[in-house]
Design a protein around this ligand. Structure first.
Ligand code: ADP
Ligand code: ZN
Ligand code: ZN
Length: 721
């Protein structure tokens, strides 16, 4: 038996425990070290989670094969990973996997070889060689692909010149360093209320303990400028700062704003960042050199060395909840991280979540408010358009009052925005003759027509097919008709009404990555005057020329089974309306609804947020919904419907009896099939003081679904499909 020459290594796999390995002679390992270990026939990367420990039989153990000279994962980060796993009932290895997404960042950085002109002429000259040498004549070193591209030749021409001695190799620093932020680079002069808010947040940072502050300010009130001050304070302490945003809000203009304020570009972390840059950011965070990271939710799992502040902007966004794999909520885990690490967290929003407002109301979170827009900008006037009174011709969605308002706005040279939270052309296509509806072959959902691409698409599994000429059921030709509007169809209507308008469509499937950034910039420049978009447009963009926001169907999000439907609708409508009038001109919003008497619509039109919140929290409190109670979803899926249903039913037998816990289900999920898998759901609801994790562990901990069956637990669910 030995205790000193073994380590427990956590592997980024869904395993219950860390595995024990021998430490080979001459290697010293401490918790947090990144290592490579044998697992079956493979070598895998893992992290030393613990050292020593009793092992009955070391003869059967295999040895660590490599230790990486990378700064060890800090203890705080390991704790964080363990806590996330605990909270979401995941194996720590599954959480670790999110922290090991950039294996290239371990070990010494690969050096880069670049070439510059040596001054020596090659014996044989060709036109292509001449071009390369011309490019290289400025003396700068370039990597082969860059040199080849600039000269418009193939890489082999460059290689030939290297061989001939006309180009000489130089070693570039492996990774460009991160520049130190300049804390006073471009400080704006804050208004009185902003100054107070900033002082409050700065105090949290200099106090050097854990705290959460809800920065609650109307759209355009200058929340960004205010939390920049808190960031500066954390940077002044030599700490690192993470600014989390919903992925879609991580746009060029926003990143440039951070750069303008601090004089250096922030490290960027989101799905569109290229592998080499990811590696650079990962290394920079691990070494502590990257001081400001602006990132999407997964940036939480970068190996933070000296975290000093996390800002979660647009904290109300459900997009912070990860929908697959580990179902973590980045806002909630940012708060957890701050409490483990003893540093402050700032949650910013113009439409805070009920959860955060509740915490602020209870005094757990500080509540920092900005009540007015900055400068001359006024909040827009919001009016409801009662659609019950409109006789809309089929295929038209804009009421006359909205059409007129758009015409006036465009006539003045301003920009108008039309919001409809539906991608594609039409949400449903059916046959006029037999009534057949086009559905996804693998999901219980209708196919959505995307006319620009000429395809029908399933929004749940990504299945696509061309639009058929004839009805697949009765064979009639030209009888398929679109039902209901999507943004593409709305754009068609708008083009007819405003033939001279320059229309931009913003929808996640039309405008990915770079294209989206370009379009947003073009809108800000004024290249477009009519913007038609899905919820993509509701995310914090700043278009100074925009003075009218029209909401096509305000009721859409209310018609779901989601317990947060009211809150979501409120947030979305308030955010969309808030796009209008951010510059010097006043804005207005027109909201088309069939429920103008609904308390939510009434409160929206009156600008009465507190009224809405009072109404909403009353409903939630009575139903024990968050934040008044806790919830977890349990999704059982499998390829055979009967078998899956039986398995779901069988779980009922072992439901533990507990005070203040209610188990609803099993019921077929509203989305009863996805990718050929049948789905059933339970919903567990309980009082706030119940340890829902312990309850779920007791109930489901020992259950091992067989064959195609799966059981997924979603703590604090945001999806109820
Ligand atoms: P929010 O984040 O609350 O929506 P922003 O911080 O984006 O608001 O501010 C809205 C606009 O007003 C931005 O263009 C911002 O640069 C400007 N602004 C806000 N506060 C100031 C200030 N104190 N001085 C100059 N410009 C400001
Ligand atoms: Zn038909
Ligand atoms: Zn599908």
């Amino acid at each position: 038996m030995t205790t000193d020459s073994t380590v427990q290594v956590l592997l980024p796999l869904a395993l219950d425990d860390a595995y024990t390995y021998l430490v080979p002679d001459g290697m010293t390992l401490a918790p947090g070290d990144y290592v490579r270990v044998p697992l079956g026939p493979r070598l895998v990367i893992g992290v030393v989670w613990d050292t020593g420990g009793e092992v009955p039989d070391t003869a059967r153990l295999r040895a660590v094969s490599e230790k990486y000279e990378t700064p060890a994962m800090p203890e705080l980060h390991r704790q964080f990973i363990n806590w996330v796993a605990q909270y979401y009932l995941e194996q720590p290895g599954s959480v670790l996997r999110m922290a090991l997404r950039v294996p290239e960042a371990l070990g010494a950085p690969r050096q880069q070889i670049a070439y510059r002109a040596s001054g020596q002429q090659p014996q044989k000259m060709t036109a292509q060689r001449t071009r390369v040498l011309e490019v290289a004549s400025d003396g700068l070193a370039r990597r082969t692909p860059e040199l080849a591209q600039e000269a418009g030749v193939g890489a082999s021409v460059v290689k030939g010149l290297v061989k001939a001695g006309a180009l000489e190799a130089v070693t570039l620093p492996a990774m460009a360093a991160f520049a130190e932020p300049e804390l006073n680079h471009n400080r704006v002069e804050l208004s009185d209320s902003q100054t107070l808010a900033a002082a409050d947040l700065r105090k949290q940072v200099t106090g050097r303990g854990f705290s959460v502050s809800l920065l609650d300010g109307v759209t355009g009130s200058g929340k960004t400028e205010v939390y920049f001050e808190a960031m500066a304070a954390a940077l002044a302490q030599g700490r690192q700062v993470l600014l989390l945003l919903p992925e879609i809000a991580l746009t060029g203009p926003f990143l440039r704003r951070v750069e303008e304020r601090f004089g250096v570009p922030p490290a960027e972390w989101h799905s569109a960042v290229r592998p080499r840059e990811r590696e650079r950011v990962w290394r920079g965070v691990a070494s502590g050199e990257a001081r400001i990271v602006v990132g999407a939710r997964s940036a939480l799992f970068l190996p933070w060395q000296r975290p000093g502040l996390i800002v979660v902007d647009e904290e109300h966004e459900p997009a912070f909840k990860q929908a697959e794999g580990v179902n973590y909520h980045a806002r909630d885990m940012a708060v957890l991280y701050g409490s483990l690490g003893g540093f402050p967290v700032i949650l910013a929003s113009a439409t805070p979540s009920m959860e955060s407002l509740w915490n602020a109301g209870k005094g757990r979170y500080g509540h920092v408010r900005l009540e007015a827009r900055y400068g001359k900008a006024q909040l827009p006037d919001i009016s409801l358009l009662d659609m019950r009174a409109e006789k809309m011709p089929s295929g038209e969605w804009m009421a006359p009052a909205l059409t007129q308002a758009v015409a006036e706005t465009l006539g003045k040279g301003d920009q108008a925005l039309l919001f409809l939270n539906r991608r594609g052309y039409a949400p449903l296509t059916l046959c006029r003759t037999c009534g057949f509806r086009l559905a996804c072959p693998q999901c219980a959902s209708w196919l959505v027509e995307h006319r620009f691409r000429g395809r029908l698409a399933c929004h749940h599994c990504g299945h696509e097919e061309p639009v058929p000429d004839a009805c697949p059921s009765c064979g009639s030709e030209n009888t398929l008709v679109p039902c209901g509007p999507g943004v593409e169809r709305l754009a068609e209507e708008a083009t007819q009404r405003f033939p001279d308008a320059k229309i931009a469509i913003l929808s996640s499937d039309l405008s990915r990555g770079v294209l989206l950034r370009d379009t947003l910039q073009a809108i800000a420049r004024g290249d477009y005057n009519l913007i038609i978009g899905t919820q993509l447009v509701a995310k914090g963009h700043h278009f100074p020329q925009l003075t009218l926001a029209g909401v096509i169907d305000a009721d859409l999000a209310l018609e779901t089974t989601d317990p947060r439907a009211g809150e979501r609708t409120w947030q979305m409508l308030a955010q969309v309306s808030g796009r209008a009038g951010r510059g010097d001109k006043t804005g207005r919003a027109l909201v088309q609804t069939y429920m103008p008497d609904h308390p939510l619509m009434q409160a929206l039109a009156a600008g009465d947020r507190d009224g809405f919140l009072a109404h909403e929290s009353d409903i939630r409190e009575r139903a024990m919904l968050p934040p008044f109670g806790r919830m977890a979803g349990i999704i059982i899926s499998g390829s055979d419907r009967d078998e899956t249903g039986r398995f779901a039913q069988s779980l009922l037998r072992t439901v533990p009896d507990a005070k203040d816990v209610q188990v609803l289900g099993p019921a077929p999920a509203p989305l009863s099939m996805v990718r050929g898998r049948h789905r059933f759901r339970y919903l567990v609801m309980c009082a706030r003081d119940v340890d829902i994790q312990a309850y779920l562990r007791q109930w489901l901990g020992g259950i091992k679904p067989r064959g195609s069956l799966r059981l997924a637990i979603d703590v604090d669910p945001y999806s109820f499909l």
